[in-house]
Design a protein around this ligand. Structure first.
Ligand code: HEM
Length: 134
């Protein structure tokens, strides 16, 4: 597995563990009231599991298995940028739920995530191609 995929997949596994833990806390808080602030973990739960776990795992595996040119994966820089941008965006979105004074954070977070996905698409586009027979 290439190094970038290792980073994508490891990050996604960490987000899976944290996201499930927050989900368990949210669930427990419904049965046995723990603290009024627990409900505010919902945006982090959603973000960690959808962007963190699902998206990072998909992109990490895609970077690994999409068709290559001999052993080369083309321009890898946008894919590295995607890892950075999506992670930054994810934490901005999570922070937005806890820092109500910083209204722009959610916008920045979503924009960084969108930019990250676009960077990955830019990298992957030429690698998405049919088999050449013969
Ligand atoms: C990949 C796995 C998961 C994903 C993508 C996910 C995603 C979500 C989403 C999108 C919501 C918001 C639903 C809504 O507002 O209607 C939610 C709510 C919630 N999730 Fe998860 N979740 C996952 C796993 C879990 C797990 C494992 C637990 C518990 C151990 C959990 C506990 C909860 C709870 C308690 C809520 C609040 C439900 C409510 O509105 O009362 N989630 N989750």
């Amino acid at each position: 597995m290439p190094r970038l995929s290792v980073w994508f997949v490891r990050a996604s596994l960490i987000y899976l563990m944290v996201g499930f833990t927050l989900g368990a806390l949210l669930l427990a808080n419904k049965g046995v009231f723990l603290h009024p602030l627990v409900w505010r973990l919902l945006p982090a739960h959603i973000e960690l599991l959808l962007m963190g776990w699902v998206v990072l795992l998909a992109l990490g595996v895609a970077f690994w298995i999409l068709p290559r040119w001999q052993t080369k994966r083309g321009n890898e820089k946008p894919a590295w940028a995607a890892l950075l941008l999506i992670n930054l965006g994810l934490w901005c979105v999570i922070a937005a739920a806890w820092l109500p004074g910083y209204d722009d954070l959610l916008w920045w977070g979503r924009s960084l995530e969108a930019l990250g996905v676009a960077a990955f698409a830019f990298h992957a586009w030429p690698r998405v191609k049919p088999w050449v027979e013969g």
